[in-house]
Ligand binder design. Structure first.
Ligand SMILES: NC(=O)c1ccc[n+]([C@@H]2O[C@H](COP(=O)([O-])OP(=O)(O)OC[C@H]3O[C@@H](n4cnc5c(N)ncnc54)[C@H](OP(=O)(O)O)[C@@H]3O)[C@@H](O)[C@H]2O)c1
Length: 293
């Protein structure tokens, strides 16, 4: 299948930090975009900036759409825009594809997949990695679960804001892959935090040390993109601790079901609770280092 997307009728539900720029990329790619946002002012601002149309309900936005994208907060928010009389499913035509970019549970993905299939609609769980900068610059990584045919159909459209869109399995598998991503990040950030706090106590110029060791085996995205700001105690940007705790809650729930042992992840989740107590719920996840300084 060609990766070049033909112009499609699309809806985008949820114009937050992530959704607003993602929907903007869809408009710039030439799609006819209808947006919905719970707080209508954001949808109006988006409409003023990008053209397209703002709808009053998810159902109205989804009417006649080939693809309905969503990026809202958590499982319940997602149910709120998908189900019910004013939900997107009530407005979607048979064979249209719902693509969910929310970081949510694998369970809600399977639940909504079943609800969609019962109406002849397709549902792809498609959480993203890459953060606000990835959304603004259109270079997100998208991990998808669901049926192959609707995935093949949505991929060229989602490439408007992504550099990689990959199907990793059946319904729920995209959310499970995102959980793997968050397990990696949690442990890694704690290691990086300990390294920086240790180096600073030892009297090292830690920016210089990070520049040196990021050329070797300790290199990571977090080290390259967050190392210097961690040294400087700057956390007023990025991926919020509150969101990370939501994500780690999803991970730990899933681990209770599948029997996986996640001792470090569970501990780091508690460290993030400390950061929230310090008033850091909206700080970037690299603020783990604050506990150690
Ligand atoms: N920010 C990141 O770096 C990042 C990275 C990867 C993944 N994610 C994930 O992407 C999702 C969105 O994150 P974000 O940073 O864009 O969040 P955000 O800025 O807080 O935006 C959340 C969006 O969801 C809408 N919403 C929330 N609850 C709703 C409800 N019950 N009904 C209808 N709409 C509702 C909000 O509408 P209002 O405007 O009315 O509040 C807003 O448009 C989350 O699952 C997050 O974990 C975020």
């Amino acid at each position: 299948m060609s990766e070049q997307a033909a112009s499609a009728r699309v809806a985008f539900l949820g114009l937050g930090v992530m959704g607003y720029p993602m929907a903007g990329h869809l408009a710039r790619a030439g799609h006819q975009v209808t947006v919905y946002n719970r707080t209508a002012a954001k949808a109006q601002a988006w409409e003023a900036e990008h053209g397209g149309r703002a709808a009053a309900t998810p159902r109205e936005a989804a009417q006649d759409a080939d693809f309905v994208f969503a990026c809202v907060g958590n499982d319940d928010d997602l149910r709120g825009v998908v189900l019910g009389e004013q939900g997107a499913l009530a407005g979607m035509r048979a064979d249209a594809v719902f693509v969910d970019h929310t970081t949510a549970s694998a369970e809600v993905a399977r639940e909504l997949y079943a609800a969609a299939r019962a109406k002849g609609v397709h549902f792809v769980d498609a959480p993203v990695s890459g953060g606000q900068a990835g959304a603004v610059n259109g270079v997100l990584t998208v991990m998808c679960g669901g049926d192959a045919a609707p995935f093949d159909a949505m991929k060229p459209v989602a490439l408007a804001y992504s550099r990689a869109v990959t199907r990793v399995g059946e319904s729920g598998a995209g959310q499970l892959a995102k959980m793997v991503n968050q397990v990696c990040i949690a442990g890694l950030l704690q290691g990086l935090s300990e390294a920086i706090a240790f180096g600073q106590r030892a009297g090292l110029d830690m920016k210089q040390v990070l520049d040196v060791i990021s050329k070797g085996a300790a290199q990571s995205w977090q080290m390259e993109n967050r190392g210097h700001t961690m040294v400087d105690d700057q956390f007023d940007f990025g991926f919020a601790v509150d969101w990370m705790r939501k994500d780690l809650g999803l991970v730990l729930d899933e681990a209770r079901r599948n029997g996986a042992r996640l001792p470090v992840t569970a501990l780091v989740d508690q460290f993030y609770a400390d950061v929230q107590t310090q008033g850091g719920g909206r700080w970037d996840t690299s603020s783990l280092v604050k506990r150690l300084k």
